[in-house]
Design a binder for this molecule. Structure first.
Ligand SMILES: [Zn+2]
Length: 401
C-alpha cells in the first residue's frame, strides 16, 4: 500500500534531460546616441567592484554599486550563495537614452564545489550618478531565470552535495541530510571525479521549476524533478538537480531517497542531454540507483509496464526516447529499469551501469553490450520481452529487489 501513492508521485517526478542554456537571446538596445556613456575602463571598474561584492557575500557592497532605487536580484539572493567565481566578461555598451546606458556582458559564475563555471548573458542598465557610474538594473538573458532571480534563496552545504532552497526560508537544511545520504549511496555506485559537487535546487512548485529551466509548465508534463548538467568545459560540468517542493512534500523518506538517488545518478554520470545515449539506458541505470534505496521487487517498480503487457502483450522493443513523455511515461521508466535488471541478471550486478559508462565514453551501444554481456541489442530485447511477459503472467522471477 505504501507505494500505491508513491509510484504515482514518483512517476510524476521522473526527469528529463535539459542542457543548460548559455543564453542566446537577442536584445534591442535603447535607441540613439547620447552624450554620456561610460568608458571601457569605467565600466570594467564598476563591474569588478560589483563582482567583488558578490564574491564577498556583501549585499551592502553590491548596493554601493547601484543607483538609488535600483531593482536587482544580485544584492539580495545572489549574495546569499557561496560563489567561487562571479565575473562580468566582455562588457559592451549597446546604446543609451535619457541618461540610461544599456550594457551587455557575459556573466561567468561557479558555486563552491561546481566542477565548471556556467555562463549567461546579462543585460544591465547603468547611469552616471553624480560622477560615478552605477547599476540601475541587471537581469540574465538565458533560456531560464537564474536561481537568484527566482526569489529569496537559502543555502546549506554538506558532505558531497549542497542544497539551495528558493522561497522557503530555512528549508535547505531540512533537505540536506536526505541529499547527503543519497549522494553517498550514488557515489558508491558511480564513483566520479569529474562532476564536482552537485547542487539540489528546491523551488516552490512547477511554475518556478519551469521558470528556472526556461520551459513552460505544460512542457514539463507533470515532471517534478529535472537534472541539468553542462555546458561541459574540458569534460567537466556543473550539475543541478531541480526539485519542486510541492512534490517533495508528498514523499516519505524512502520515496525521497528513490527520487534523489535517481536524479543524483544522472548528475554523477553527466548523462542528461548527451547525444547517442538511449534514454532506456540512462533512465534504467538511474532507476536502479534510485530503487536501491528501498527493498521492493519488480511487481512494484514495474507495475505500470506489467499492466501494459497484460493489456497489450509485450512491447516489440525497448522504450524509445519519445516514450519518456506523455501517457506511456511510467511504463517507459519501468521498461528501462527492467532492461537494466535483465542485463545485471545475466552478467553480474553493475552490468547495466558498465554499459552506460562505455556508451558515455563514446562506445557504440551494441559493442558496449557485447563487451559487457557477450551479446548485442537483439538478444537483450529478446530476454527483456521474455522477462516482461513472465513477470506479467505473475512469475516472481529471480530479479532481486
Ligand atoms: Zn531520470
Amino acid at each position: 500500500m505504501l507505494f500505491t501513492a508513491a509510484l504515482s508521485v514518483l512517476a510524476l517526478a521522473g526527469c528529463s534531460a535539459a542542457p543548460t542554456s548559455s543564453g542566446t537571446g537577442g536584445t534591442s538596445a535603447p535607441a540613439q546616441p547620447s552624450s554620456a556613456q561610460p568608458s571601457a575602463a569605467q565600466l570594467r571598474e564598476l563591474l569588478a567592484a560589483r563582482a567583488d561584492a558578490v564574491l564577498a557575500g556583501s549585499a551592502a557592497g553590491v548596493a554601493a554599486t547601484e543607483a538609488p532605487g535600483a531593482a536587482t536580484a544580485v544584492g539580495g539572493a545572489a549574495t546569499s550563495l557561496p560563489w567561487a567565481q562571479w565575473s562580468y566578461l566582455e562588457p559592451v555598451v549597446l546604446g543609451s537614452r535619457d541618461g540610461l546606458v544599456a550594457v551587455r556582458a557575459t556573466l561567468g559564475f561557479r558555486l563552491d564545489g561546481d566542477a565548471a563555471a556556467t555562463s549567461e548573458h546579462v543585460q544591465l542598465t547603468v547611469r552616471d550618478d553624480g560622477g560615478r557610474w552605477r547599476v540601475v538594473s541587471e537581469r540574465t538573458d538565458g533560456a531560464g531565470a537564474a536561481v537568484w532571480e527566482l526569489g529569496d534563496v537559502d543555502w546549506a552545504g554538506g558532505d558531497g552535495v549542497s542544497v539551495v532552497s528558493v522561497g522557503g526560508a530555512g528549508s535547505a537544511r531540512t533537505l540536506l541530510a536526505a541529499a547527503e545520504q543519497a549522494q553517498r549511496a550514488v557515489t558508491r555506485w558511480w564513483p566520479s571525479s569529474s562532476t564536482g559537487q552537485p547542487v539540489v535546487v528546491v523551488v516552490p512548485g512547477s511554475d518556478e521549476l519551469a521558470g528556472g529551466l526556461g520551459r513552460t509548465p505544460a512542457s514539463l508534463d507533470g515532471l517534478g524533478a529535472v537534472t541539468v548538467t553542462g555546458p561541459a568545459i574540458d569534460g567537466h560540468a556543473a550539475s543541478r538537480v531541480w526539485l519542486a517542493r510541492d512534490v517533495v512534500r508528498g514523499l516519505d523518506p524512502g520515496e525521497l531517497q528513490v527520487l534523489l538517488r535517481h536524479e543524483l545518478l544522472h548528475a554523477a554520470s553527466g548523462s542528461p542531454g548527451r547525444a547517442g545515449v538511449p534514454l532506456w539506458l540512462s533512465e534504467g541505470v538511474a532507476e536502479q540507483a534510485g530503487w536501491q534505496a528501498v527493498r521492493v521487487g519488480p511487481q512494484v517498480w514495474a507495475r505500470d509496464l506489467l499492466a501494459a503487457v497484460r493489456r497489450d502483450g509485450a512491447p516489440a522493443g525497448l522504450p524509445a526516447d519519445a516514450d519518456f513523455s506523455g501517457a506511456g511515461l511510467r511504463a517507459a521508466y519501468a521498461g528501462a529499469h527492467l532492461a537494466a535488471e535483465v542485463l545485471d541478471e545475466g552478467s553480474g550486478r553493475g552490468a547495466a551501469r558498465d554499459v552506460l559508462r562505455r556508451v558515455l565514453d563514446g562506445e557504440d551501444l551494441d559493442s558496449a553490450l557485447r563487451s559487457v554481456s557477450g551479446a548485442g541489442v537483439e538478444r537483450l530485447v529478446e530476454r527483456w520481452r521474455e522477462r516482461a511477459g513472465s513477470l506479467a503472467a505473475g512469475a516472481a522471477g529471480t530479479i532481486e529487489p
